[in-house]
Design a protein around this ligand. Structure first.
Ligand SMILES: NC(=O)c1ccc[n+]([C@@H]2O[C@H](COP(=O)([O-])OP(=O)(O)OC[C@H]3O[C@@H](n4cnc5c(N)ncnc54)[C@H](OP(=O)(O)O)[C@@H]3O)[C@@H](O)[C@H]2O)c1
Length: 320
């Protein structure tokens, strides 16, 4: 069956927007559910995309929203807990509810976004909750075997691309501060391009062999955090020093940052970095993708921002 109607949860976010664009380009009919329509208004101009406000935790509204669709894609996730939006609620309880709703409404296919190194015994609550979400999906998908829900899960390392929070955050910090005090400088990452991730999601729709699989998604190269931050600084053409913090100071920095009004880092992020976010295998061959190196992409948006900001600085100096 060629899937036609796709409901995307978390489609307004960084990864979601790229996936929705690719789904559109492939001619799928896409419905994006969001808490605030305003946050997804950038998608309303796309052909075949409907943006609908829906509380995904409100069972009857959610059931109505996915009824008659062929696929649900769940990208909803958080990096920091706030109020009742805990990791368990968003990463474990919600995926279970989504899978149950798919079964109840006869939606045959579910694509789910997890995270690399998700494991029940992972050092951070974020990674443990992602693992609990995966376990819940496996359980609900198999329950009653015959009309089993066809689930594919994706487990990316850190994702880069225009609008990402990782490289843009370090770029913003590097612009502001002459010296960067870096927690966990030796933590290792294997950044993967958002368009490659989106392509894997879209390709899996047509490949039955992806059903029941969980795919680690990584880029071509492993870097330490220090190397990534140095790369950002160099790309921006700035002269900045990096001071790598030892483990104890990294923890203290994360703890102190929890008190800031804007969450840059938490102790749970620090715990996540105890395990290297790297793949032990190549990009899954089933997708036929050669992963894009970050050097081919990151300068196109970081350097572009620099030029725009320079222009804005000139304007403000000129009093305009
Ligand atoms: N970015 C990365 O480097 C990375 C790496 C590994 C895994 N992931 C996973 O990939 C997924 C997408 O990440 P992203 O970077 O695109 O995140 P993002 O930009 O923050 O987008 C997250 C989306 O989740 C939705 N959402 C958040 N809290 C919600 C809540 N309480 N109820 C309903 N919806 C909620 C938001 O939708 P509305 O505001 O429209 O409702 C938003 O569009 C997440 O599951 C994340 O854990 C990301």
């Amino acid at each position: 069956m060629k899937a036609k109607k796709i409901v995307v949860l978390g489609g307004s976010g960084f990864v979601g927007r790229h996936i929705v664009h690719q789904l559109c380009a492939h001619g799928y009919e896409v419905k994006v559910l969001t808490r605030r329509r305003e946050d997804a208004k950038h998608l309303t101009m796309l052909p075949n995309v409907l943006v609908e406000e829906c509380d995904v935790f409100f069972e009857s509204a959610f059931n109505r929203a996915i009824r008659g669709s062929d696929v649900v894609i769940n990208l909803i996730g958080i990096l920091h807990e706030s109020g009742r939006n805990t990791f368990d609620r968003i990463h474990a309880e919600l995926p279970r509810r989504v899978a149950q709703a798919c079964r109840a409404q006869g939606v045959p296919r579910l694509l789910h976004m997890s995270a690399l190194q998700a494991a029940p015994d992972a050092p951070s609550a974020y990674l443990r909750s992602k693992a609990a979400g995966e376990a819940a999906l496996r359980e609900v998908a198999q329950d009653g075997a015959k009309d089993a829900l066809q689930v594919t899960m994706f487990r990316p390392s850190v994702i880069f691309g225009r609008g990402d929070s990782f490289f843009n955050l370090f770029a913003a910090l590097a612009r502001l501060m002459p010296v960067l005090m870096l927690a966990k400088p030796q933590a290792r990452f294997q950044p993967v391009f958002v368009e490659d991730v989106a392509q894997a999601f879209v390709a899996s729709l047509d490949r039955v062999e992806t059903v029941g699989q969980a795919y680690p998604l990584c880029g071509p190269t492993v870097y330490t955090l220090r190397e990534l931050v140095r790369y950002v600084i160099d790309t921006l053409g700035l002269k900045r020093s990096i001071i790598g913090l030892n483990d104890r100071l990294s923890y203290l920095q994360a703890w102190a940052m929890e008190w800031l009004p804007i969450k840059l880092m938490t102790r749970d992020n620090y715990y996540s970095m105890q395990v290297d976010s790297v793949c032990d295998c190549a990009f899954p061959p089933v997708f036929g993708i050669r992963p894009t190196p970050m050097e081919a992409v990151v300068p196109t948006y970081l350097a572009a921002d620099t030029m725009r900001q320079t222009y804005m600085r000139f304007r403000s100096t000129a009093g305009r």
